[in-house]
Design a protein around this ligand. Structure first.
Ligand SMILES: Cc1cc2nc3c(=O)[nH]c(=O)nc-3n(C[C@H](O)[C@H](O)[C@H](O)COP(=O)(O)OP(=O)(O)OC[C@H]3O[C@@H](n4cnc5c(N)ncnc54)[C@H](O)[C@@H]3O)c2cc1C
Length: 217
């Protein structure tokens, strides 16, 4: 069984308690820490861009010829956030509940709660990165109902939300690449995670252009 290392404590405070007590990394040491991110979809591209922005040295890998060809590009319907713009009774708990139910009760509840908590910030960040979400005629962000919920909380960009979100994440990533904080390895397939004393310390990857096997720590 995978140990997801979800922090202990009551559901609503697990992650906020953890975040306020976890050891911080001295800003001067961040440059000395190299972090490997495998994948440049919405998850990997945003993680790599955020880590670069925070001051870490990042290497990011994907097997496509461009980071922006990750499968996230296919997502269509939209992204849910408990902003309650429609004043139809939405809340963090309702988004949490609907997501756990929609995931056939198989999702990790602590992490879904955290996702619901930060869902509003995710929309704000995407807007700041230039994602062209649909708007009402008055200029406010529009919502639709998606996935059988009784509230309207889905932020969308026509039928190509994933593509627009990925372009936003990709722009943030490329900005970090241009600043020299992130090094990008496209057409590289990770073959193995290298573990030392139970901790992931590196990867073995195949350069899909030259066929060479490389190691990255
Ligand atoms: C048609 C469709 C519609 C969808 N609609 C919605 C929607 O409306 N709303 C919603 O919330 N979700 C939707 N989803 C789901 C959502 O898009 C995905 O869950 C999400 O985009 C996955 O993002 P990701 O970053 O985890 O993975 P991906 O975008 O798949 O990225 C995976 C990355 O990992 C890399 N990778 C994988 N293996 C290796 C390896 N061995 N070595 C190196 N790199 C590797 C790939 O190169 C890629 O860059 C939809 C999905 C699809 C397919």
């Amino acid at each position: 069984m995978l140990n997801a290392k979800i922090p202990a404590g009551p559901l609503e405070t697990k992650w906020s308690n953890y975040k306020s007590t976890v050891k911080l990394v001295n800003p001067a040491n961040k440059r000395k820490l190299e972090i490997i991110v495998v994948g440049t979809g919405l998850a990997g591209a945003s993680a790599a861009a955020a880590l670069g922005e925070l001051g870490y040295k990042v290497k990011v890998f994907c097997f496509q010829d461009s980071a922006r060809r990750a499968h996230s590009i296919a997502a269509q319907g939209g992204i849910n956030a408990a902003k309650n713009y429609q004043n139809d009774g939405d809340s963090i708990f309702r988004l949490f509940y609907d997501t756990v139910k929609g995931g056939d009760y198989r999702a990790r509840e602590g992490n879904v709660y955290r996702l619901s908590e930060v869902s509003g910030n995710i929309i704000d960040q995407c807007v700041a990165q230039g994602v062209p979400f649909a708007r009402e005629y008055g200029g406010l962000l529009s919502n639709r109902s998606f996935g059988g919920t009784q509230v309207q909380r889905t932020f969308y960009a026509a039928g190509q939300t994933g593509q627009q979100l990925l372009l936003g994440a990709y722009s943030a990533l490329e900005r970090q690449v241009a600043l020299g904080n992130v090094k990008q390895y496209t057409r590289h397939e990770m073959l193995e995670v290298v573990k030392i004393d139970g901790k992931a310390r590196g990867i073995i990857a195949r350069n899909l252009v030259s066929g060479k096997i490389e190691r990255h720590f």
